[in-house]
Design a binder for this molecule. Structure first.
Ligand code: ADP
Ligand code: MG
Length: 420
């Protein structure tokens, strides 16, 4: 992947695809404003470096889901105000995404000045990766920089299409995300502990597959655990558990049994690396106890279940205290940690303890800790631990696809384009 070190940007118009998909709210004056500027601040290293090197910046981002139409509430105008404050630079908003008027504005840019294009998803061609839109975007710049890891798994006009039409490189944020994630997968300090939870089981079966043979232990929590428990013959009651996922889980359990080390599968010192092909013995760990509720609600009747036999009419909504202790012990002994997906319905007070315990253990773990996923990030923020992990990945889907070992279209496009 080419970096911006390899681009000669002075005096050039540089189109930077950023991720300014930030939450908006209403300010005291009734105008829309950015309520969390984390993603804008994350893009500053690339923006500031390019400005300092004399680039003329054209920034492109999506915001929300306008579905190919101009939705005034999803204008990037509030983002421009925030960016102005953060950079102290001259920043202006283009009246549209592409077109002659926008092109004119890019040509008038002075070195160090910033033009923000309107929400790229106002254009129906964006998500369709329409070549016409990609060409129209390419006309707005001389060079292209992708700094939006969160959309790198999507082949869209502003992420993939345009990257083939201009000399292209990865921005600092994208570079850092990819390096950190591939680092933890390719050369993790052992033992590597992978923790997987959350609700979208079908989305994560391939991730489980990747970690079997790679991680020393795979700790499963969240709704993710029920297909596994069901496959082992346990009752799951009304817990989230699709038949199709039970089949996936059965396969994963069979694979895990193939590469399982001897022993009770718990003690960290029982790990045995298989010598031949670099594949490791992975212990697949499932909850031993649960917190169950009568429904997915804040005030639902709930109790601790000291087994994993969920009574009918009840849902497993969190891992139990014995499981928390077990998982925390594994995490404390880790050389590296990868965590995606909360351990339970952490948004609901009675079911937050498992996610909090794992978050705390990850925050205190001495090794490199990498957390990916929108809800996992939200959980860390909820517990005030977001600064205590080494790396909080901004892109949920992109993180998982990278972990699965897939080639992300947005990144592949940065490999193949012509050099300036
Ligand atoms: P991430 O965004 O970090 O990848 P997911 O989107 O996969 O995580 O999952 C987060 C969601 O999973 C949360 O809304 C949480 O309430 C839900 N969840 C976790 N455990 C359970 C459970 N046992 N039953 C139902 N929902 C759960
Ligand atoms: Mg999510």
């Amino acid at each position: 992947m080419r970096s911006i070190d390899e681009l000669d940007v002075r005096g050039q118009r540089v189109l930077v695809r950023v991720d300014f998909n930030v939450p908006l709210g209403e300010g005291p004056d009734g105008r829309r404003m950015v309520t969390d500027d984390t993603r804008i601040r994350a893009a500053l290293p690339t923006i500031e470096e390019l400005r300092a090197r004399g680039a003329r910046l054209v920034l492109a981002s999506h915001l929300g889901r306008p579905k190919g139409k101009v939705v005034p509430e999803l204008s990037l105008e509030p983002v421009v105000s925030t960016l102005c404050q953060l950079t102290g630079a001259p920043v202006s908003l283009a009246p549209a995404v592409v077109g002659p008027a926008v092109r004119e504005l890019t040509e008038q840019l002075a070195e160090g000045e910033i033009l923000v294009l309107e929400n790229v998803r106002f254009e129906p061609g964006e998500t369709a990766n329409d070549p016409e839109l990609a060409h129209a975007l390419a006309e707005l710049a001389d060079l292209y920089v992708d700094d939006a890891f969160g959309t790198a798994h999507r082949a869209h006009a502003s992420t993939e299409g345009v990257a083939h039409l201009l000399p292209a490189a990865a921005g600092r944020l994208l570079e850092k995300e990819v390096k950190t994630l591939t680092g933890v997968l390719d050369h993790p300090a052992p033992p590597l502990i992978a923790i997987l939870g959350g609700a979208k089981v079908a989305d994560k079966i391939a991730v489980i597959d990747r970690f079997l043979g790679l991680a020393d232990a795979l700790l499963i929590g969240g709704a993710m655990c029920f297909p596994f428990l069901a496959a082992q013959g346990h009752a799951v009651g009304a817990s989230l558990c699709e038949d199709e996922d039970v089949d996936h889980a059965r396969h994963a359990l069979a694979r895990a049994a193939d590469c399982a080390p001897r022993g009770d599968g718990l003690a960290a010192d029982r790990r045995t690396a298989l010598p031949d092909d670099g594949t490791k013995a992975t212990r697949l760990c499932l909850p031993k106890d649960l917190v169950i509720g009568e429904s997915f609600a804040e005030d639902a009747p709930n109790r601790i279940l000291s087994s994993v036999e969920v009574p009918s009419g009840w849902m497993g909504l969190d891992i139990g205290p014995a499981t928390c202790e077990l998982y925390a012990r594994e995490i404390a002994a880790a050389g590296s940690v990868f965590w995606n997906g909360p351990m339970g319905a952490f948004e609901l007070t009675p079911f937050a303890a498992g996610t909090q315990a794992v978050a705390k253990a990850v925050a205190e773990a001495p090794g490199l800790t990498v957390v990916g996923g929108g809800d996992s990030a939200a959980a860390l923020v909820q517990f005030g631990l977001e600064d205590a992990v080494d790396y909080l990945s901004t892109g949920g889907g992109a993180t998982l696809e990278l972990v699965e070992g897939r080639v992300l279209p947005g990144l592949r496009a940065l490999d193949g384009a012509g050099v300036a």
